[in-house]
Write a protein that binds this ligand. Structure first.
Ligand code: COA
Length: 202
């Protein structure tokens, strides 16, 4: 079963049963200094579609651009339910809107089961290099810890994805494992690091 975002599916394989009673609180609009984090909605799919077309986005996470606006609309409609079909996981996705330009620039996501969340994030190329990922993930982590009782955050990252590793280390994630041949990306076997952050470690 894929995680909440095919766009970052390599980051979301092993999922952890969710505190459903917190769902309504967590899956809400969040704010940072420069960003609005909007709960995923199919209405926003057309606006996201172009940004998700850049092939370079998939270099380290695998996958490919969404094939059509209709496909992305249907996908976002499913994800807007906020949980897996069997109800065992929260699937939380926020789309990132810059406050200055009102443009959508990417997404953050969390797959939550019990008190553990697998997190992932993606920025469109034109929005990379400005620290937006750290800002958005920080806001998401705050909501997950505060409203859903999450105490362990996990991310997996391609060993060559230096930028993403830097984002995680800045957020006080600690490298806990190296998974050899974790995934095939573009026909090549790739290694991944696992990074973990536990409550109180920041
Ligand atoms: C990886 C990604 C999330 C980075 O987000 P971002 O907000 O643009 O991050 P930034 O580039 O502003 O900052 C990341 C850090 O990496 C550093 N960095 C940039 N390029 C780098 C490179 N080639 N090697 C090492 N570090 C680099 C930056 O200096 C910055 O460090 P600092 O905070 O100490 O100054 C974004 O590029 C992206 O979405 N890429 C495609 C999808 C993806 O890989 N998602 C993550 C999957 S784990």
């Amino acid at each position: 079963m894929p995680g909440p975002g095919a766009e970052a599916r390599s980051l979301c394989r092993d999922h952890v049963t969710g505190p459903w009673m917190f769902f309504a609180v967590v899956f809400d609009r969040l704010h940072t200094e420069r960003l609005e984090l909007l709960p995923i909605s199919p209405d926003l799919a057309p606006e996201m579609f172009e940004g998700l077309q850049h092939p370079q986005l998939y270099k380290y996470i695998g996958g490919s651009p969404p094939p059509s606006r209709d496909w992305l609309f249907d996908r976002y409609a499913r994800l807007a339910a906020g949980r897996s079909p069997d109800g065992s996981e929260l699937w939380l996705n926020w789309l990132l809107r810059r406050k200055d330009s009102s443009r959508l620039i990417g997404f953050v996501q969390a797959t939550v089961q019990h008190r553990r969340a697998l997190v992932a994030y993606l920025l469109f190329p034109e929005a990379s290099g400005f620290g937006y990922a750290g800002e958005a993930v920080t806001a998401m982590i705050g909501a997950l810890e505060r409203d859903a009782g999450v105490t362990e955050l996990v991310a997996t990252v391609h060993t060559k994805n230096r930028r993403s590793i830097r984002v995680l280390e800045r957020l006080n994630f600690v490298q806990t494992a190296l998974k050899k041949d974790a995934e095939i990306i573009a026909g090549v076997s790739t290694d991944e690091f696992e990074y973990v952050r536990t409550t109180g470690s920041q």
